[in-house]
Design a protein around this ligand. Structure first.
Ligand SMILES: N[C@@H](CCC(=O)N[C@@H](CS)C(=O)NCC(=O)O)C(=O)O
Length: 180
């Protein structure tokens, strides 16, 4: 059996949840309290972070690596580059969460760049849904639903979210975000 050490509010864990759901892999969840992390999580991941995936004695950390279990084949080169450049979105996202001056404008720049990519292709990964979509969507959903970022200003990005929402894996994640 596969075990995911998980936290609902963690968007990196959301990546792993979505990837596992997309592949129809059954797993059990161990919820980790991020405000009071148990000491044993450092035995699974020396950095003490979630998500961690465990299968028998095999332990895997880092969401972008966990997501690779089977979805790689759809990835175009632009999608790979976007996964590498994820910090361009996460930096202003977390700055906005911290309430930093100018963060909303910087996040808009990052969203505009994703919008420009999506004007040329239906998914961040290319012609098909893939790793780059999984890498970004948890933060886009949280920006929309938790930080009140109006995605309607980015029409291709908004269309992409609407397309993704039809997937059961993403619909499930939207419910998680609503429950936070
Ligand atoms: N690079 C890691 C980041 C994971 C991460 O930062 N998880 C957060 C929760 S959202 C965490 O465990 N933070 C605890 C810490 O950084 O000490 C990944 O992609 O899996």
């Amino acid at each position: 059996m596969i075990t995911l050490y998980d936290a609902d509010r963690c968007p990196y864990c959301a990546r792993a949840r979505i990837a596992l759901a997309e592949k129809g892999i059954e797993y059990e969840t161990v919820e980790v309290d991020l405000d009071d992390r148990p000491a044993w999580i450092y035995e699974k991941n020396p950095l003490g972070r979630v998500p961690v995936l465990e299968e028998d004695t095999f332990v895997l950390a880092e969401s972008a690596v966990i997501d690779h279990r089977g979805l790689r084949e759809h990835e175009g080169v632009l999608g790979r580059m976007l996964v590498f450049r994820f910090d361009e979105l996460s930096r202003p996202y977390y700055a906005l969460r911290r309430g930093e001056d100018g963060a909303a404008g910087r996040l808009d720049v990052a969203l505009g760049e994703l919008d420009a990519v999506l004007q040329g292709q239906p998914f961040l990964s290319g012609r098909e849904f893939g790793l780059a979509d999984i890498a970004y969507v948890p933060w886009i959903l949280r920006a929309r639903d938790r930080l009140d970022v109006d995605l309607g200003r980015f029409s291709a990005l908004a269309d992409w979210v609407a397309r993704l929402e039809e997937r059961p894996s993403i619909a499930a994640e939207i419910e998680v975000v609503a429950s936070l």
